[in-house]
Design a protein around this ligand. Sequence first.
Ligand code: SAH
Length: 468
Amino acid sequence: MDHFPIFLSTDTARIIVSGGGDAALAKLRLLMKSRAKITVFAAEAAPEIAQWHEAGRLTLVSRAMDYGDAVCAKLFYGANEDAAEDARTAHLARSCGALINIVDNLEDSQFITPAIVDRDPVTIAIGTEGAAPVLARAIKADLEERLPQSLGTLARIGKTFRKASYALPFGRPRRDFWRAFYFNAGPKAVAEGEERVLPALKDLLDTHLNTQAREGHVAFVGGGPGDPELLTLKARRALDEADVVIYDRLITPEILELARREATMIDVGKEGFGPHTPQEHINALLVEHAQTGAQVVRLKSGDATVFGRLDEEIDAVDAHNIGWHIVPGITSASAAVASIGQSLTRRGRNASVRFLTGHDTRGFADHDWKTLAQENEVAAIYMGKKSARFIQGRLLMHGADRHTPVTLIENASRPDQRIICTTLDALPAALEAADMSGPALTFLGLAPRAAAAAAAPLHQELANAQSV
Ligand code: SAH
């Protein structure tokens, strides 16, 4: 992030605009929403500017800007539509200590003006560091459509009620009250008339004062394979409401971004402290936080019920009579199989599919190798990288065909997804050549569908792996 967004107080601030044409008009329309004292320097100014001057909304000085004109100015806009004049006036303003913006000249500007969605006092600023103004405008249009005009009214009336809301305890109870106001009681009341909003706030406060504090709760949430768009709506809502998020190593930063800013984020999967954060420690954290009344989200990769040691955590929470529920997620096998355009089951090929783990708490995991070695068996192997040679050995020993297709999908659903397509015979060598550092899912008995292989951008990998 090069341009750091802040909201600048304009109360009594001086802002200078040099120029009187269309560029200046566009800036002025925005600037006049603020409380700044605006001075425009322009030898020739558009009639609107002269009218605003007459109406006392700004000061128009009908000449070009000169030395000392920008004294005490906070911001300067070069809107002369003339590069040389912009450079000259910007230099004058900078020497007076003002921050510089030159219209359509990102390089020489010290700040940029974002696209703004105005529901005063709710203001949303959208910036793309000058990279994609079209995108900023599209986002603005989208938000304009989605945010009711009454939002500003609610926020303004809400502000007058802040002190009254202190009757509720700080934290969750107060937050719940304001959520209920902005997303439910408030919009309903304002639809009946602005004068209905304050009484609605009072009623709502009474209701909340008479409700018992919410009890602590744990949501075991499947965070999916990594792509935030593969989160369920329920998972998103749980993240929105969480006071505490306890998450695993495979949860991507994009997903963590979706949690509430104020939520306590606890990483229980750090390298060092651990892929081996002891399970008992995680259990204790869940209980400890839920017992303070917190809404805890235990965020696990994929689906929480697949190789997630979920039961141990549920037992711990249950032992303390803490409420919990499970929010299902997309397991990595589903994301991985989608990436190769295949089905997990297929009529006439396999009527069942196995989800296996390469290793368990005791080491390499044992399975029904005899069945797995049969033709047309399909298995999704989790945590199968280290145990690949072991799995290969066991399967071959039980008569599996050396040419059985094997596909590895690393970082399924993420931008750095890779697909390695090989055979049982060549699996260990292919894995070594691929040098994977991300999580990978191994499919036994599945190759990418030919059409998918041709269309997807994995071709280099495929070609390389096939030649291994
Ligand atoms: N509960 C998770 C699995 C946890 S075990 C789920 O449902 O997906 C961790 C293993 O899951 C990893 O070793 C890897 O085999 C697999 N995995 C998780 N995320 C993955 C991803 N984005 N791509 C490929 N495999 C992944």
